[in-house]
Design a protein around this ligand. Structure first.
Ligand SMILES: Nc1ncnc2c1ncn2[C@@H]1O[C@H](COP(=O)(O)OP(=O)(O)O)[C@@H](O)[C@H]1O
Ligand SMILES: [Mg+2]
Length: 315
């Protein structure tokens, strides 16, 4: 049943890409000169900013996305999907370039090779975004690959007492302004591959990253779950919720949106991390980066089955 954006200012704003992800099944990776027949698996609305906002909205929060799409079918498809999920798209600008899209080659054992086509330049959406839109916002989420254009909004959010979050994956490591971005970050989401650049083992990487700015860090470890570095310095390892993963695209974005939801509702970080870990695991059980965004009720059942403290906050 399509929903319209929830009334009122968003509590959560995400800044980065909107994409359409095409998936095809392949028997094996093609060798040079080889021709192989592939079967389309589907076309899915995706993009890091969009996925995180959709996770937050699926939990009942008010989310908005600041991004760009082209004036094409992929753009209309993306905007319609966001609107149907109740995400505010009024800060998505239309650009004179194709909407960002990716081609995922799905192997036989759930492995995946991703080809990314060019993305509209990040700067434009920041130029069009007016800081007045931050009124009422509690939490903003920025992806590190956005680079320099994101510094202004992080600094302004800080000035306004809004929690700032950064998502760091390996592409973000190439950003020259990474240290400046980290210095403006309260909550860092980092995956295992990117964390390796900061330390040979998770504890060392988390302390090195903390020294650069963020007080709260979530190191996501795929099928191994995650580690929360609390602002007190305590480390909490959370094992993954056991699922049969079909497609892990967008799991990290879902994790970020769910953690933000708990934070905005004033939950202790360990419980927000439990919610994120659970919702992200469930998100991998369907194809597409938001093929399965669990409701609070489903999360409540799973949290009770796993004996998690966060169950007490869930219906
Ligand atoms: N196979 C899986 N089984 C259970 N949970 C998973 C699985 N893959 C991912 N997750 C959940 O999603 C989170 C983010 O996944 P991860 O692969 O670390 O991020 P990214 O997709 O950004 O690289 C993990 O911390 C975990 O909570
Ligand atoms: Mg990620």
């Amino acid at each position: 049943m399509p929903r319209t954006a929830q009334p009122g200012a968003p509590e959560y704003l995400t800044f980065s890409d909107i994409s359409v992800d095409l998936a095809v099944r392949i028997p094996h990776l093609p060798a040079p000169d080889e021709k192989i027949a592939v079967v389309p698996a589907g076309e899915y609305a995706g993009g890091m900013a969009a996925n995180a906002a959709c996770a937050f909205a699926a939990l009942g929060g008010r989310a908005g996305v600041v991004s760009a799409v082209g004036d094409d079918d992929h753009g209309s498809f993306s905007l319609a999907d966001l609107a149907a999920r109740g995400v505010d798209t009024r800060w998505v600008c239309k650009v004179d370039e194709p909407t960002f899209w990716t081609l995922a080659l799905l192997g036989q054992d759930g492995d995946k090779t991703l080809l990314e086509f060019p993305m509209p330049a990040p700067a434009l959406k920041y130029r069009e975004f007016e800081f007045a839109a931050l009124e009422g916002v509690r939490f903003i989420h920025v992806v590190a690959d956005e680079g320099a254009p994101a510094l202004g909004v992080l600094a302004e959010a800080r000035r306004r007492g809004i929690t700032t979050a950064l998502d760091l994956e390996t592409l973000g490591l190439e950003v020259p302004e990474l240290n400046e971005l980290l210095a403006l970050t309260d909550v860092l989401f980092v995956n295992t591959a990117a964390a390796r650049a900061f330390g040979s083992e998770p504890g060392l990487a988390l302390e090195a990253l903390h020294a650069l700015g963020p007080n709260t860090i979530l190191l996501t470890q795929g099928a191994a779950g995650c580690i929360l570095r609390e602002s007190s310095g305590l480390l909490l390892q959370i094992s993954a919720h056991a699922v049969t993963a079909l497609d892990t695209t967008g799991a990290g974005d879902c994790f970020a949106g769910a953690f933000a939801f708990g934070r905005v509702r004033g939950w202790p970080d360990p419980e927000s991390a439990q919610l994120a870990n659970l919702m992200a695991a469930l998100s991998t059980t369907a194809l597409g980066s938001r093929g399965h965004l669990a409701t609070l009720e489903e999360l409540g059942r799973a949290a009770r089955a796993d004996g998690l403290a966060v169950a007490a906050r869930l219906p």
